[in-house]
Design a protein around this ligand. Structure first.
Ligand code: TPP
Length: 648
């Protein structure tokens, strides 16, 4: 049950702010107090529930300044990714529900148009804000309106190609758009942005600094016109920069560049935004901020506090451990990372590629052992895939370790650059299935569908952590074209893990896990461990149930399916992927091709977006658990002879 909180007595400024209108009634001198309250409230809340944290601490002053200087929601602020938007949520009518964020029925983890009129554009994936802002500005101009449009994008998200496509288009269209580059030098891991070197040259160049400071000081002494002079001065500096550095990248793209400004000086930010409100055309404001600002543990362990997995001690920052009932099996990503180390040590042609997620994918383990065998290409999934394709043409076997959801970005690259050329690229898709608290933007429930339709593609799904090891090895030995394996977030199912060595699997061959004679459950992935338990329940009820691990979604094991069609009258397919075009659909296609007629029901993710919540809760909701499997089989055996197929 979601209950709003109402006691804000500990936050003297925030208690009177529900919406930005309330903020705008305050004096500019009050904004430091507001910022302190927002930060304190953020720490108080997130230390109790976990969630995205470091980025939000770094945007407190920027959020306050934006909602103070602009007329939101009439003026539109578009946040990139949305993981840094907690302060924005606090200031826009949602402080009373912040403690529900990422929980089922609670506030959305990122931005959500349905949630608030202040959430101008939904997000979750990176590098979309400038495109969306430009689209909004184009619509505004068509309609003869005059509101401001602002995109806020981090330096990490600026490594994504879409951001440059949008910058280029801004320069061409010349619309009034402000892009705020929130530069904290971090992505989740240290950011791999080549432009940092460029900015470093500018920011640390003593001549540029001295000149800029002098202009700032002199201008400050001449009263009311000082502001304009200051900015005129800063433009002069820009001119100097153009001469003193390889080129003004943003200026060359048609932007007026302002900054850098201190992202934690709320008064200066407001002054700057007020000034920029009068400027025309595409503007870029470079803000320097600190991820984790104002909370010591998050400042010193930036990566760890990007997102807190759960509650932590507010004073020390130490995670409040949940009571351990039994030792947890290792996480899939760690099993993957360790297997990569083992394989790379014996096979010099294998390399790992990550799109800004070395820790999330487990490639950080390989990075530590064999640093030159890992490429972190930035938040650039499309580039990652084509980069891998390039390496593959030269005899390498690159392993693209990209989450299922972010691989969606690279659909065309997977087809055009890898599969048509039948290149030996391995796609290791982590976080496949329902991911839980990150919600619909992050669930990895489409990969089987979007990969299955690609010619030359082979797709494997391990049923447990040991099979993941063997499948990864099999993939590196395969070398007959692209091959994908997808595995879920979190801990394995707890099977014994080989300390070293691998077993090479036969391509396209599944296995029987348990025999029976009435119903066959045929599926892929760790959900099969639930199917085994469900089958026992069903056996007890007198519904004799066999369980098959198909292992391969493509090529599908035709012999296995033919045998199932011969022996069983009822077949339940099982997958943690959309039922549209996924594994179950492949089984149905096979039965149609072979004119086989068992009663079939597909159990998987239904054809609608699944909200955020704990993975267990979500699985239960859509019947993808032991109880759900039992119910699906019961329904299936009750099916009449005339009704053979039911989807979802
Ligand atoms: C397309 C895509 N790939 C990867 C991610 C995972 N991700 C979320 S936030 C983030 C880092 C963003 O860095 P930055 O934009 O600099 O924001 P900061 O967290 O530093 O404030 C990454 C890689 C994502 N959201 N979208």
């Amino acid at each position: 049950m979601i209950e709003p909180i109402s006691d804000f007595e500990a936050y003297p400024y925030l208690k009177n702010i529900n919406v930005p209108e309330d903020l705008r009634k305050l004096q500019i001198s009050d904004l430091r107090g507001v910022s302190n309250d927002v930060r304190e409230f953020l720490v108080d809340t997130i230390s109790q529930i976990g969630g995205h944290f470091g980025a939000g601490l770094g945007t407190v002053e920027l959020s306050v300044a934006l909602h103070y200087a602009l007329d939101t929601p009439r003026d539109k602020v578009i946040w990139d990714v949305g993981h840094q938007a907690y302060p924005h949520k606090i200031l826009t009518g949602r402080k009373e529900l912040l403690h529900t964020i990422r929980q089922k029925e609670g506030l959305a983890p990122f931005l959500r148009r349905e949630e608030s009129e202040y959430d101008v554009f939904g997000a979750g994936h990176a590098s979309t804000s400038i495109s969306a802002a430009l689209g909004i500005a184009a619509a505004r101009d068509f309609q003869g309106e005059d509101y401001k449009v602002v995109a806020v994008i981090g330096d990490g998200s600026m490594t994504g190609g879409m951001a440059y496509e949008a910058l280029n288009n801004c320069g061409i269209l010349g619309k009034n758009v402000l892009v705020i580059l929130n530069d904290n030098r971090m992505s989740i891991a240290p950011n791999v942005w080549a432009l940092h070197n460029y900015f470093n040259t500018l920011i640390t160049n003593p001549t540029v600094r001295k000149f800029k400071d002098t202009v700032w000081d002199v201008a400050g002494k001449i009263g009311n016109n000082g502001d304009r002079l200051r900015f005129a001065g800063s433009k002069l500096v820009d001119g100097m920069k153009a001469v003193m550095t390889p080129g003004m990248m943003f200026e060359a793209l048609g932007f007026k560049y302002f900054g850098p400004v201190n992202g934690h000086n709320v008064v200066k930010l407001v002054e700057m935004l007020n000034f920029l409100k009068q400027e025309k055309g595409p503007l870029l404001l470079h803000v320097i901020s600190e991820k984790g600002k104002g909370y010591k543990p998050a400042e010193s362990h930036v990566q760890r506090y990007h997102a807190a997995g759960g509650a932590f001690d507010k004073i020390t920052g130490t995670a409040i451990a949940k009571p351990v009932t039994a030792p947890q099996p290792p996480e899939y990503m760690k099993v993957f990372g360790n297997a990569m180390v083992e394989i790379c040590k014996t096979n010099p042609k294998v390399v790992g590629i990550t799109a800004a997620m070395p820790d999330g994918t487990g490639l950080n383990i390989l990075q530590k052992e064999l640093p030159d065998r890992v490429f972190d290409v930035g938040i650039a999934e499309q580039h990652a895939v084509t980069f891998a394709a390039g390496m593959a043409t030269q005899g390498f076997t690159p392993v693209c370790a990209i989450y299922s959801t972010f691989s969606q970005r690279a659909f065309d690259q997977i087809i055009h650059d890898v599969s048509i050329q039948k290149l030996n690229v391995i796609f290791a898709m982590d976080r496949a299935g329902l991911v839980g608290a990150d919600g619909p933007t992050h669930h990895g429930v489409f990969d089987l569908s979007y990969l299955r339709l690609i010619p030359n593609m082979t797709i494997m799904v391990p049923k447990d952590e040991q099979e993941l090891r063997d499948m990864l090895f099999t993939a590196t030995e395969y070398r007959q074209g692209p091959i994908a394996l997808r595995f879920p977030r979190g801990a394995g199912v707890g099977v014994a893990l080989a300390a070293t060595g691998f077993q090479k699997l036969a391509i396209g061959e599944g296995e029987m896990l348990k025999d029976g004679n009435k119903v066959a459950i045929v599926g892929v992935g760790p959900m099969l461990s639930q199917a085994m338990k469900a089958a026992e329940d069903l056996d007890h009820e007198g519904i004799s149930t066999a369980v098959f691990n198909a292992r391969f979604v493509k090529p599908i094991d035709a012999a296995l399916l033919d045998g199932i069609a011969e022996r069983f009258t009822h077949v339940l397919t099982l997958e943690e992927n959309s039922v549209v075009g996924g594994f179950g659909a492949a089984v149905l296609e096979h039965f149609a091709r072979t004119d086989a007629h068992p009663h079939v029901r597909l159990l998987g993710v239904p054809d609608h977006f699944i909200e955020h919540g704990a993975p267990g809760e979500l699985q239960k909701e859509i019947g993808l658990d032991r109880v759900g499997i039992v119910n699906a089989v019961r329904e299936l055996v009750a099916v009449s002879v005339n009704e053979t197929i039911k989807v979802g």
